[in-house]
Ligand binder design. Structure first.
Ligand code: ZN
Length: 248
C-alpha cells in the first residue's frame, strides 16, 4: 500500500497544488481526501476540479453546507459558504461545470472503509460533523464510544490539528518524530489540514501511508498569494487570510 491522505483543503489552491506536487515527488499516485474541499478560501471551483481526479473523497461539513442549508456555522464561515455556493453555481444559471461540481459533492460518501481501515471527515461516530479534539482524551466515555466504532485504524480530519489518538492519549506529530508504525493497536489518525492548518505551523499538512508506516509531512506554499486573493474578495473576511500566516 502506498498512498497519500489529505484533508481540509478549504479552497486554498496554492496549498493544494504544493501538496499534490510533494505527493508526486514521493512517487505516490493514490490520493484519498477526507473532505472540506471548499469553504473559507478563494478557489472553490479550481480545488474541486483537482479533487475530482483523486481516488477517494469523503464529504466534509463545509462541502455539505454548500449543497444544503448550513447550520452551526459562525458568521465568518457562513458568509464564506454562501459565497462559495454562488461561485459553484455561477452567476448566469447552471453551467455544465456547475452541475458536474454539484453532482460530485452530492454523491460523496460520509465513510469509506477498506478492511481494518476507516476514513471519515469528523469522527467514527458522526462522520461528517463531530470533532475529536486533543482535550477529549480527558472525557473517557466519548473516547470509548469512538474507539468502539473502529475496527483498527481510523483516518480523520475536521479539527485541522494533526496527531494520533492511542489508548485515550493524544500525541502531536513532533512527539513521535512525524513517523508512526501501525500495530495491532487501535488508533485514530488526524491527518491535519492542507489549506488552513491550526497547530501554529502555517505549512500545509498531510499524511503518507506506505505499508504500515504513517508519515506526517509539512509543505511550504505561497501563502502571500492566497492571502491577497482572500483580501480582494469582499465576502471572505480578511481574518481568513491572516490566520493562514499564523497557522491558527
Ligand atoms: Zn475543515
Amino acid at each position: 500500500m502506498k498512498r497519500a491522505i489529505i484533508s481540509d483543503i478549504h479552497s486554498n489552491l496554492e496549498a493544494l497544488e504544493a501538496v499534490l506536487e510533494d505527493i508526486h515527488q514521493q512517487g505516490i499516485s493514490e490520493v484519498y481526501c477526507l473532505g472540506d474541499i471548499v469553504g473559507y478560501g478563494p478557489n472553490p471551483r479550481e480545488c474541486l476540479e483537482k479533487v475530482m481526479e483523486l481516488d477517494v473523497c469523503i464529504l466534509g461539513n463545509h462541502d455539505e453546507a454548500v449543497l444544503f442549508l448550513p447550520e452551526d456555522f459562525n458568521l465568518v464561515a457562513l458568509r464564506a459558504i454562501v459565497w462559495s455556493r454562488d461561485q459553484l453555481k455561477g452567476r448566469h444559471g447552471e453551467s455544465a461545470a456547475a452541475i458536474r461540481h454539484q453532482d460530485f459533492l452530492g454523491e460523496l460518501p460520509r465513510i469509506h472503509t477498506e478492511g481494518d481501515f476507516m476514513f471519515v471527515h469528523g469522527s467514527p461516530r458522526e462522520p461528517t460533523n463531530e470533532y475529536v479534539f486533543r482535550d477529549d482524551v480527558y472525557y473517557g466515555p466519548k473516547m470509548e464510544a469512538l474507539f468502539d466504532r473502529i475496527k483498527r485504524y481510523c483516518f480523520q480530519g475536521h479539527t485541522h490539528i494533526p496527531g494520533l489518538f492511542i489508548r485515550r492519549e493524544f500525541f502531536s506529530p513532533e512527539e513521535f518524530n512525524f513517523q508512526y508504525r501501525l500495530t495491532d493497536e487501535k488508533v485514530m489518525i488526524n491527518v491535519g489540514s492542507v489549506g488552513q492548518p491550526r497547530d501554529r505551523d502555517p505549512r500545509a499538512c498531510y499524511v503518507l501511508l506506505i505499508d504500515d508506516q504513517v508519515t506526517f509531512r509539512r509543505v511550504e506554499y505561497d501563502i502571500d498569494t492566497t492571502v491577497k486573493k482572500i483580501y480582494a474578495i469582499e465576502d471572505l473576511e480578511n481574518s481568513l487570510g491572516d490566520r493562514l500566516r499564523d497557522g491558527r
